[in-house]
Design a protein. Structure first.
Length: 85
């Protein structure tokens, strides 16, 4: 009998999404890329260690990336809607 591990999607973990977005807002270029690569690698290793297969782990990290980008874009749009001081 084969069992399947279903983890709460990374992309739905708002604290994680906001935390990564906050860090990426402060970084540019190579620093941002390096941070994301390190974070993605650590998350992949954690998921695989918890029993998630590699392909599903990749899908989870990719979904997280899109959620983080969405969070950052939402912040930009919200700032555009603010009245100037």
């Amino acid at each position: 009998m084969q069992s399947t591990v279903t983890a709460f999607p990374l992309s739905r973990q708002q604290k994680l999404v906001r935390g990564i977005a906050d860090v990426l807002r402060c970084k540019r270029g190579d620093d941002a890329t390096l941070f994301w690569r390190d974070a993605a690698k650590a998350l992949m290793q954690n998921l695989i260690a918890r029993g998630v297969d590699a392909r599903s782990a990749q899908d989870e990290v990719r979904g997280l990336f899109y959620a983080v980008m969405g969070e950052m874009e939402a912040d930009v749009q919200a700032q555009k809607g603010r009245a100037p001081f």
